[in-house]
Structure formats: structure tokens, C-alpha cells
Design a protein around this ligand. Structure first.
Ligand SMILES: *Cc1c(COP(=O)(O)O)cnc(C)c1O
Length: 422
């Protein structure tokens, strides 16, 4: 459930009409609902209330410092995959002991930075990585809490670009080799084994792959304990999917997911960490855009909007579906027409939807792309020299710009011409 609803014929973000934001900030713009972000965080928190746990929001889904502060103040931990994300989390006031560092390619500089500034745990993904971390940590006189990300070889049955738990992916260490890897780890200075990490992919709409992966993690926990390791934490990753199309069957909810975790690993006495990103931020954000032209083509009509693939790349990159709705509520039973909804960029890939039924839309009308809160703003670029679009956070009847739209001058002045061309 989210807080983007029609009220008095107008789509609102909580208590703010989207037309107010369009007037104040311009379009295109990302608009987030604080109540929805918090609601989703609390759903996970409650789903794990049966035992000790920490919900570590996956910062990469939507990484604006205001969003991190909102969630961090509510008690969330953070899962970061770069020094930049770590710095954002710290800038939002999240203490280091609530930040988990994941990722396949952490550099030496990044490792040093987080060790100097405090980290809850580092999730390791390869032999060269833990050998390097051991060297640095020992040099610094630290005992860094670590887990190893195991690859359980389960098929997450999601889009190939976001499946990470099959043995042919670049992620983690094959679970079959985990015992020998943990044995080596335990012999290295500077590292303190605290648990096991697993993350099998994103936008999972079925709990079975989670169950299969967590069962393997439970078996591994017992085996590693027999080998003498202290396994006190299980980081079970993120990946629970969201309903992108309202017409489809809804994916499982956090409470059911929490039950699967309890059934599979609940008896091990471990602290549970999870790293949800998409489910917290996805339906908590929309992309607000205006129609530039309604273009009638040969057998095909186009809505050309002022947002483009540089602002929201998911349809071009993953073939992703977003529900697209007019901000002015259509009258029930009004005629609809099929449109291709496209951006202004000179690529056929700059298409948000094909043959989408829409009510009467005229040039200048506002349109909202739903479920754009996760992997939206964070994946945007300035392709076609389109300045990054602003982000807005709504809470109740107030809204604030949490990232302003750069001016053209600001965008261009970041470039510099070498002296020999002056
Ligand atoms: C991407 C990612 C997540 C978040 O996945 P969602 O599908 O957004 O919940 C969590 N953990 C790791 C290691 C990731 O790479």
C-alpha cells in the first residue's frame, strides 16, 4: 500500500496535490512519500519481531540523504555497496555500527575508509578480497566482524540482469566450498567471523527461492558450528518484489517473508539481518512528468513526455513495467485510447510503454509513473545533456526539495577546457 491516491479528482502524494509540486518544482521530478517509506520499513521490522534482528535498508535503491535520515531515525540499519553510499549513510546520521558493507569489488581505499570510520560488518565475496581485508585490518590492529556471501545456486526466477544466486553469477563463494573458505578465514589475522551472508536477486515474487536458499544457509550454519566457528548473525539479503502492475497478482508481503525466515533459520539463535531496498522505496516514489505533445502517427499514437530514459532507465534496461496514470483523475468509464508513451531522447529505447490504454490526455497534462521510487533517481544520468531531475519528499501536507534541479549553467560549468584549447 502506498500514499499516492486520488482525492477530489486529483492524484495526491499524502496530503499534497501533485499539481502543487509540479507548479512549485517543475517537471519532470521524483516525488517520495515519507509515510510510505516508513510504513514499508516497519512492515519488515514487525515481520522479524520474533527475534533479534536489524533491517538494513539497501541504500542503492534510493540514496538521497533525506530518505536515509528518515529511515535511519526510525531505527533502520543500512546496507552499502560503496564508499559513496557509506558516506551518505553517515551524513544522514546513521552510526557505523548499523552499517553493513556489501559488494563484489570493494577497493583497498574503500576498505580503509570504512574501517577508520566504523562499520558493523563487512560481507566478503572472494578469496582475494578477504586476504586484502585481513592485511589492512591487521595493520590497523582491528578485528573486523565479517561474513562470507555464499552463492546457494538457487534460481531466483527473476530478470536475468538482477538474478545473483546462481552458480554462474559473479557473486559470492559457491556454498559447496564454504567450509574450506571459512577455515582459511578463521586462520587469518584481523578478521572475526560472525556469520553468513546470502542475497539471491531482486524483484522476487515467489518465496520458494528464498526458502531454498535459507534452508541451505541453515545447514551451513550447523556445519560451520561443528567446525568450531561462532555463527551469530545471518544476513539474508534483500530482493522481495513489489507489485509494479496493479492488475497483477500481488507478490508476498513482508510478514509472509518473515515467517519463511523464521521457519528456516529461526531455531538457530542467530541475529537476523535483511537488506531490502526495492520494497521499501519502490512504491514510495513516483516520477511526475508532463505531456509535451500528443502525436498521432500511422496506426500508432504517441504521448511524448518530458521525462526520458536518462531519468528512469528501468523500462529500457529491464523491459520493466510501470503503471502510468494521469494526475487529473479520469471520469469512471471514460473512453481510453492506446498510446506509446515515450521520452524525447533520440533512441527507440526511450519508450516507457507501448500500446498503453490511457484516457484523454492533452499537451501540458501531468502524468505520474508509479513505483518509480527504487532504482529510479539513483540510476539517472545527464544523457542528452538533460540536467538531473529534482527529488521531492512529502510528509503529510508539506513537501521539500531534497535534491534541486541543477541549472544548465551548473551542469555545463562542471566541464573544463584544457589550456591548449583556450
Ligand atoms: C541490490 C541488493 C540488495 C537490495 O535488493 P532489493 O531487491 O532492492 O531489495 C540487497 N543486498 C545486496 C547485496 C544487493 O546487491
Amino acid at each position: 500500500m502506498d500514499h499516492f491516491l486520488y482525492r477530489d479528482g486529483m492524484l495526491h502524494a499524502e496530503d499534497v496535490p501533485l499539481s502543487d509540486i509540479a507548479r512549485g518544482v517543475g517537471t519532470p521530478a521524483y516525488v517520495y512519500s515519507a509515510a510510505t517509506l516508513l510504513r514499508h520499513f516497519h512492515l519488515f521490522d514487525e515481520a522479524l519481531a520474533w527475534g533479534p534482528h536489524l533491517v538494513c535498508y539497501a541504500v542503492k535503491a534510493a540514496s538521497n540523504v533525506a530518505i536515509l535520515k528518515l529511515l535511519g531515525d526510525a531505527g533502520a540499519g543500512m546496507d552499502v555497496v560503496s564508499e559513496g553510499e557509506y558516506r551518505r549513510a553517515r551524513a544522514a546520521g546513521v552510526p557505523g555500527d548499523r552499517i553493513v558493507f556489501s559488494g563484489v569489488g570493494k577497493t583497498e581505499a574503500e576498505m580503509r575508509y570504512v574501517l577508520e570510520n566504523g562499520i558493523r560488518q563487512i560481507n566478503l565475496e572472494s578469496e582475494p578480497e578477504y586476504r586484502l581485508l585481513s592485511k589492512i585490518a591487521a595493520e590497523m590492529g582491528l578485528d573486523v566482524p565479517v561474513t562470507v556471501r555464499v552463492n546457494p545456486d538457487v534460481d531466483a526466477k527473476t530478470h536475468e540482469k538482477i538474478a545473483t544466486g546462481k552458480s554462474d553469477n559473479k557473486f559470492g563463494i559457491p556454498i559447496a566450498r564454504a567450509r574450506e573458505v571459512y577455515a582459511e578465514l578463521a586462520s587469518l589475522p584481523g578478521l572475526k567471523v560472525v556469520g553468513i551472508d546470502v542475497h539471491i536477486g531482486s524483484q522476487l515474487t515467489d518465496l520458494d527461492p528464498f526458502r531454498a536458499a535459507y534452508r541451505k544457509v541453515a545447514d551451513l550454519t550447523r556445519a560451520l558450528r561443528e567446525d568450531g566457528h561462532e555463527i551469530t548473525r545471518l544476513d539474508l539479503g534483500g530482493g522481495l518484489g513489489i507489485p509494479y502492475a496493479r492488475s497483477n497478482l500481488a507478490p508476498p508481503v513482508p510478514m509472509e517473508y518473515g515467517q519463511v525466515i523464521r521457519e528456516e533459520v529461526g531455531d538457530l539463535g542467530c541475529e537476523i539481518e535483511i537488506e531490502p531496498g526495492r520494497l521499501i522505496a519502490g512504491n514510495a516514489g513516483i516520477l511526475l512528468t508532463s505531456t509535451i505533445f500528443v502525436k498521432e502517427g500511422e496506426g500508432r499514437d504517441f504521448l511524448i513526455v518530458d521525462a526520458a530514459m536518462n531519468d528512469l532507465i528501468r523500462p529500457a534496461m529491464y523491459g520493466a513495467h510501470h503503471d502510468i496514470v494521469p494526475v487529473i483523475e479520469p471520469t469512471p468509464g471514460a473512453d481510453t485510447r492506446a498510446f506509446d508513451i515515450v521520452g524525447p531522447i533520440c533512441e527507440t529505447g526511450d519508450t516507457f510503454a507501448k500500446g498503453r490504454d490511457m484516457p484523454q490526455v492533452d499537451a501540458g497534462d501531468l502524468i505520474a509513473f508509479r513505483s518509480a521510487g527504487a532504482y529510479g533517481a539513483v540510476m539517472s544520468s545527464e544523457y542528452n545533456s538533460r540536467p538531473l531531475i529534482p527529488e521531492v519528499l512529502v510528509q503529510g501536507d508539506q513537501y521539500a526539495v531534497i535534491r534541486p534541479r541543477p541549472t544548465y549553467d551548473e551542469m555545463i560549468s562542471r566541464d573544463s577546457v584544457p589550456h591548449w584549447l583556450e
